[in-house]
Design a protein around this ligand. Sequence first.
Ligand code: NDP
Length: 246
Amino acid sequence: PRTDLQGKVAIVTGASSGIGEAIAEELVKRNAYVALTARREDRLQELEQRLRGIGNAEILTVPGDVSKPEDVQQLVNQTVQRWGKLDIVVANAGFGYRAHIVDGDIQRWKNLLNTNVYGLLLTLKYGVQKLLENGSGHVIVTSSIAGRQVTAGGAVYSGSKFAVNAIAEALRQEVGQQGVRVTTVEPGAVVTEFAEVAGYSSEVIEAIKQMEPLQASDIARVIIQALEQPAHVDIAELTVYPTKQT
Ligand code: NDP
């Protein structure tokens, strides 16, 4: 039997665009209650308006930065105040960067690690505390194929995603006994604002186009499949490539 997501309470970080936005939409379509967070408040409000068009949508928008403990606590507390519990944490906020180490922009390194690694830890710490109070729950962590393989220029982004995989696996072992599932998703190339934010060159962006990249909705659909498994089934790791990506 599939788990019904109706009435499940979810937090989605990095919901203002791309994969997070697509997951939020799929959750709302299944009548889950969804708290959206990211830094760009205008984008979250536009999304909230759009999702309200789906009908009977239960949505809460809490703008914030995942690398700020008070913002993450605010998100979790407001969600539980509004709906009385938390069932699903989608820890998805993150961004990329490519540069050889000797050329690295040190402020960019700091910001990236603060969001992709420290921000993830904060989301997990404060979110999973509430899942444990509930006695069940599901954590989705967005990693990347960069968390499995590294190339020149990928030191900091791949390093962050290798850390993401390690953190997610430790969490899985820490909370499984208490009924909390952890699923790590490792997408290949997905068409989102990612390439632009990472500052990819036009050659790289063209190469991505050639491989028929994934759409954010493809990743969202796969994540929903993991969420809909029966409570005793944890799909721990999902690597999803565009078919033509090597
Ligand atoms: P987008 O750039 O479209 O979305 C990234 C989201 O993260 C935005 O909503 C952004 O919102 C949010 N975000 C970034 N930093 C912070 C922060 N400090 N606090 C809160 N929110 C933040 O890219 P994607 O949707 O592609 O990226 C989502 C995840 O998927 C990332 O973890 C990325 O590493 C991963 N991924 C992406 C791939 C791709 O090819 N697109 C491939 C593999 C993994 P805002 O700026 O408003 O804060």
